[in-house]
Write a protein that binds this ligand. Structure first.
Ligand code: CA
Length: 217
């Protein structure tokens, strides 16, 4: 989230974290641009009126550098010409202040799902189902209880089912940038998820990472 209003940032960060997101915050355009340029994010919430570098320039620079993460502009600028400028700079969505916190959560989930090629809010792999809105996971119709960390790992693997996800990529997407990327923790969490959904669902590809796929695929 790149946003310079501390009160809004604090509230939105809390709502996003309660919804299961891991959030990094930048309070000016320069720091925001740098983070988006160097870290791998599932999505960005970007304000337009920012110190140092304005939001539109930040977005232009990312897109010119080939950064493709979904970007939702969150701004008080509600004129059509301003919205058009945002979309022309490469925005994927545009929400004007004041807004419902929950609306941002729903829009982000849809953007992230679309960015990984999923049209439906429910992701499926074999007998495993994950509802991205309710954060419910079922296996052959039976609810699977997961901690928030386990859920984030499984959700990331399900968004990218059928493709090998490296350990670094997985760690980057389930922890914030200040977290200690202890790979033992990742192993422990993957072990717990495997016990809950069946060890054969998540394959370890030696030297490459992890692959979530239905056992018969
Ligand atoms: Ca602002």
């Amino acid at each position: 989230m790149v946003e310079d209003e501390p009160a809004l940032t604090f509230r939105l960060q809390r709502v996003l974290e309660e919804a299961g997101f891991v959030v990094d915050v930048a309070y000016d355009g320069e720091e925001g641009w740098y983070l988006g340029d160097t870290e791998s994010y599932d999505a960005v919430v970007l304000d337009l009126g920012l110190a140092k570098i304005d939001g539109l320039s930040v977005l232009n620079r990312w897109r010119e550098a080939g950064r493709t993460m979904p970007v939702l502009i969150l701004t008080a600028r509600s004129r059509w010409s301003e919205k058009m400028a945002g979309f022309n700079a490469g925005a994927d969505d545009y929400v004007t202040k004041p807004f419902e916190m929950e609306e941002v959560v729903y829009r982000l989930r849809a953007l992230i799902r679309r960015a990984s090629g999923h049209a439906q809010p429910e992701l499926a792999c074999g007998g495993l189902r994950l509802d991205t809105h309710s954060a419910r996971v079922t296996l052959d119709g039976v609810p699977v209880q997961l901690t928030s960390q386990e859920f984030r790992i499984l959700a990331y693997l399900m968004h990218h089912a059928g493709r090998v996800v490296s350990r670094i990529e997985l760690a980057e997407h389930v922890y914030d940038r200040n977290a200690d990327h202890d790979s033992n923790v990742l192993d422990v969490l993957l072990g717990r998820i495997r016990r809950k959904i069946g060890a054969e669902m998540i394959r370890t590809v030696r030297g490459q990472g992890y692959l979530l796929a239905a056992p018969d695929q």
